[in-house]
Design a protein around this ligand. Structure first.
Ligand SMILES: Cc1ncc(COP(=O)(O)O)c(C=O)c1O
Length: 392
């Protein structure tokens, strides 16, 4: 396949080629990757639950009770009492009438947008929304209007352009932006959505478990109601430490998704044992005040240290603390520098982030200690700073 080889070679030349690393142990902050032990700062396991013994025990118990695979899609026989219990518990946690579980956040976003909107409709989306929201918008065939990042004034202007009569309008945003760590201006977005009779969808993949009272997320942190944010998406593969995702909303929303969301209907239901394990994860999230306090202390420590070192920090109050490198070669050079110090922070390059904004996405976890953060800061203190690309 010669054409493919040429395209791959071009990626190599631009230093945009991606490779996978091979982890041999559990996803803890100190782990063995490619045969070498590293202190890692690049997972989304914000509360340190991904290897928690109580969740692992619940997974074993769930397997014993429900078997390994779901055996069928949810609308056939794949929907089990483990899924049902988790949906009910998540609905109570988020104060919403209903919840629907999906196998992943990607599938949730793609399924929701393509189920709710069609050719005649319009989606307004923050320019830095997660890829799954963009792909869902594309799949829906609705008109996609992207507004500048966290800029409600620009969105307000875009919203004045005429839309077809009797069409639907949806405003979609990440709650916490996955590569930048900043928080969407949800009160302003909710006001604009209400003025325009638009639905507001908040994908709080990186906020749930971390922000808000008992970890209920960004929407709860702002004190917004389910009328203001009728579609709330969360994932289980990040702060919850397991896998899967959910959407929370009213009965009509959830029933519509059960009828129409193709990424829900035409796929095997997630393993029931995983839902059983996620129920334990939910209890740990809800009672995880100490973990969240530890995380807040680590964020402050890292930001103070990085500011003192004049590192190119982005303005983020969350565990996602990106250091802006600019070019892909520079981001790679920084990542390799940290590797030589036994620290793993992967370089994030286009197309995951816009061209010219390659970065190290440092992410903190409650499982890190203050000494771990200091070790990272010490290694960052002598980061190669030249402007030449490909510095080593
Ligand atoms: C904002 C956001 N939404 C959705 C997803 C997808 O979630 P999942 O990994 O469960 O597919 C991610 C991360 O991968 C994300 O950052």
């Amino acid at each position: 396949m010669t054409n493919l080889q040429a395209a791959l070679a071009a990626l190599h030349t631009q230093q945009l080629y991606r490779t996978r690393r091979l982890r041999s142990g559990a996803p803890t902050v100190r782990t063995t990757i490619d045969g070498r032990s590293y202190l890692t700062f690049c997972s989304n396991d914000y509360l340190g639950l991904a290897a928690h013994p109580a969740i692992a025990a619940a997974l074993r118990e769930g397997t014993h009770r429900y078997g390994v695979g779901a055996g069928a899609s949810a609308l056939i026989t794949g929907y089990s009492s483990a899924h049902h219990q988790l949906e009910e518990a998540l609905a109570a946690f988020l104060g919403r009438p209903r919840v629907l579980l999906f196998a992943s956040g990607y599938m949730a976003n793609v399924g929701i947008l393509s189920a709710l909107l069609g050719r005649n409709d319009t989606i307004f989306a923050d320019r830095l929304n997660h890829a799954s929201l963009i792909d869902g918008a594309r799949l829906s065939c609705a008109r996609l209007r992207r507004y500048p990042h966290v800029n409600p004034q620009a969105l307000a202007k875009l919203l004045t352009s005429p839309r077809p009569l009797h069409s639907r309008t949806l405003l979609a945003t990440d709650g916490v932006f996955s590569m930048d760590g900043d928080i969407a201006p949800l009160p302003e977005l909710a006001r604009l959505a209400s003025e325009q009779s638009a639905w507001l969808l908040v994908d709080d993949a990186h906020g749930i478990g971390v922000l808000g009272p008992s970890g209920a997320g960004t929407v709860a942190q702002f004190g917004l109601t389910s009328e203001q944010v009728p579609i709330l998406v969360g994932t289980l593969g990040k702060a919850f430490g397991t896998s899967g995702a959910f959407v929370a909303g009213d009965v009509a929303l959830i029933e519509t998704l059960i009828q129409r969301a193709r990424s829900y209907i035409y796929t095997t239901a997630p393993p029931p044992a995983l839902a059983h394990a996620s129920l334990t994860a939910l209890a740990l999230v809800q009672s995880g005040h100490e973990r969240r306090e530890q995380l807040t202390a680590l964020i402050t420590r890292f930001r103070q240290g990085a500011t003192a070192l004049h590192l190119p920090l982005l303005a983020s109050p969350t565990p996602i603390q990106p250091l802006l490198a600019g070019t892909a070669p520079r981001a790679l050079a920084w990542s390799r520098h940290l590797e030589r110090h036994g620290i793993l922070v992967s370089a994030i390059r286009p197309p995951t982030v816009p061209p010219g904004t390659a970065r190290l996405r440092v992410s903190l976890s409650a499982a890190h200690s203050a000494a771990d953060v200091d070790q990272l800061l010490n290694a960052l203190a002598d980061l190669p700073r030249g402007n030449s690309d490909g510095i080593e």
